[in-house]
Each structure stands twice: as structure tokens, then as C-alpha cells.
Design a protein. Structure first.
Length: 312
């Protein structure tokens, strides 16, 4: 079992303590644009793909969807260490790849070319690489493969599917946008909405107003992010978090706000869209990553050039 994973430690980067750090695992196709190479792999097979990667090992891969997010996480680390050089609560980025170590050289070289602080490269030959997430204490997993993401969620790891798109890296600080139901919160109200329509959902929310909502798949990640954010005053924080939800502020916003308060999760800004498209507000925020469970919202975000991750 252990032989199926080969880990390359990046000695150029300060290694983090995984018991303290916020460990994020990204697949190679989430962080770099490997669409052409992936097509070659599907059409010509693994050997041809490996040959191509080895022949181009010194040619850096173009940035992918999660690239700007990882760069911004690095900026947060820099700011945290500036204020406290002994701080261990940092982002720790590792790459989880189905490449063999031979074809993975290009991945390592690309990361070094861009100055990405990736602490480990894990090359996994198993079909299901997500079995290694828990042993690395991963708190968030980003992949371009839907099966990977579903497997990770079943293992209890916050996880989302990134779609390859042209991303214009926004400037710092790190900006993260969460949808509410079925992302930060559980999907209980969504289920009522599906069964009883909007009126039923509004009635349900009014009746449950004093009861905090259940946890959604990304709550643990959001809580750790919130903990890091609390190290700074609001003006000086290198992290900004947003809630952009389809809920209406008037009828269904109160419970969401009360739940966040109950959790002790400080969100910088909350937008209750009342079913309106999220694209325009996301274009305004310019986040490094946007998490949503609705594919139509992901599409709307992509249309305005916002890096998006779908929580299935």
C-alpha cells in the first residue's frame, strides 16, 4: 500500500507542521493548465504522455484555475511570519498527482519556475489517490476530477472541483467567497425548498430562526481560515472572506447570520442575492476562489473570469 505513493519533499521551502498548518492539497490539473497534456494522455495513453512530459520537462506549464489562490495563500504566510516569525498556523500546500515521478519532473520544475512554495509533491500510482489525504492532514482538496472530489468528500475532507479556465490573477489580499447552503451550511433548507417551494422554505427558516444550521462540507476549512484571519485587525488582515448566497436577506438572512455568529466565524461581507445572478457581485469582489454547489452559479462566475470551485 505505502509503495503506491512516492513523496518528493521540496527542500527549497520551509516545511510546515501539518498538525498546526492549514494543509491544502491540489492536483496538477487544478494548479496548472494541463488540458493539452490530459487530452494526449486520454488519446495516446500513459507512455506517450510520460514521453511528452519528459521531453518538455524544462518548459513551464501555464497557470491553472487554482494558481492565483495558491499564490495569495503564500502572501498570507509572508504576512503572518512578518508579524510573528515563530507562527506555525500557516498555509501548507502540497501537490497530489497521478503522474509518475518521471513525468512529474515537469510539475516540480514549473512550481519552482513560478516560485510557488509547495512543500511536498506526492506522486500516486493508485486509482484513488484521495486515500492519502487524511495521512497528510489535508483540510481542503482541489481537483479537476469529479470522482476525486466525491471520494474526498466521502472521506470527510473539504473538497471542490475546479474547472479549467483563463484566470487573471487578482492582487492581494487573499479573497475567498463561499455560497451558503450545501457549502458552508448543510443542505437542509435546500431540501425543504425542493419539496415545498420558496414559501415552504421561508416558513421553515422562520420557525428555525433560533436554531443554528448544520455544518456544510466546507465549514471546517472556513473555520480554519477564520482563525488565521483573527491574527490581524480587520484593516490589516491579508485574508478577506465573503458570503454570497441566493437567500434573501429579509426572509432567510437572519438564520444565516446567527449561525455564523454561533460558530464564531467572522465574515467580512455578506450578500443576500434573493435569487439574482451572482456574476456581477463576484466581478466586483474579484476573489481568488469562489465555492458554490450550483453549476449555474459556477458558470456565471466563469463568465466574468472568476476562478470557481464546485462543491458537488
Amino acid at each position: 500500500m505505502a509503495e503506491a505513493e512516492s513523496t518528493v519533499i521540496n527542500t527549497d521551502v520551509k516545511q510546515k507542521d501539518p498538525s498546526e498548518a492549514l494543509v491544502i492539497a491540489v492536483t496538477t490539473r487544478a494548479i496548472f493548465n494541463l488540458e493539452e497534456e490530459h487530452k494526449l494522455y486520454l488519446e495516446k495513453g500513459k507512455e506517450e504522455y510520460t514521453r511528452h512530459q519528459q521531453a518538455n520537462q524544462d518548459k513551464p506549464l501555464p497557470p491553472g484555475t487554482a494558481f492565483a489562490f495558491i499564490q495569495a495563500a503564500q502572501y498570507v504566510n509572508k504576512k503572518i511570519l512578518e508579524s510573528n516569525p515563530a507562527e506555525k498556523d500557516l498555509f501548507d500546500i502540497l501537490v497530489l498527482s497521478n503522474n509518475s515521478p518521471e513525468s512529474g519532473t515537469r510539475i516540480i520544475n514549473s512550481a519552482k519556475h513560478y516560485g510557488l512554495e509547495i512543500s511536498k509533491f506526492c506522486f500516486v500510482s493508485d486509482e484513488d489517490s484521495t486515500q492519502y489525504l487524511k495521512s497528510h492532514r489535508v483540510k481542503l482538496f482541489l481537483s479537476a476530477d469529479r470522482t476525486d472530489v466525491c471520494n474526498a468528500l466521502q472521506r470527510g475532507v473539504s473538497s471542490a472541483l475546479v474547472f479549467q479556465q483563463e484566470v487573471h490573477a487578482p492582487s492581494t489580499p487573499l479573497r475567498v467567497v463561499f455560497d451558503g447552503d450545501a457549502v458552508l451550511f448543510s443542505d437542509e433548507t435546500d431540501q425543504v425548498f425542493r419539496d415545498q417551494g420558496l414559501e415552504g422554505a421561508v416558513e421553515y427558516e422562520r420557525a428555525m430562526e433560533a436554531v443554528p444550521m448544520g455544518e456544510g462540507p466546507l465549514k471546517a476549512f472556513a473555520m480554519h481560515l477564520g482563525k488565521m484571519r483573527k491574527k490581524f485587525s480587520q484593516e490589516k488582515s491579508p485574508i478577506r472572506t465573503y458570503l454570497v448566497t441566493a437567500r434573501s436577506g429579509r426572509d432567510m438572512g437572519i438564520r444565516a447570520i446567527k449561525t455564523l455568529r454561533e460558530w464564531g466565524l467572522a465574515i467580512d461581507e455578506a450578500f443576500f442575492m434573493d435569487g439574482a445572478p451572482k456574476g456581477p457581485i463576484l466581478a466586483q469582489i474579484q476573489p481568488h476562489i469562489f465555492f458554490d454547489d450550483g453549476l449555474h452559479n459556477i458558470q456565471g462566475a466563469q463568465d466574468v473570469g472568476v476562478p470557481s470551485a464546485w462543491v458537488p
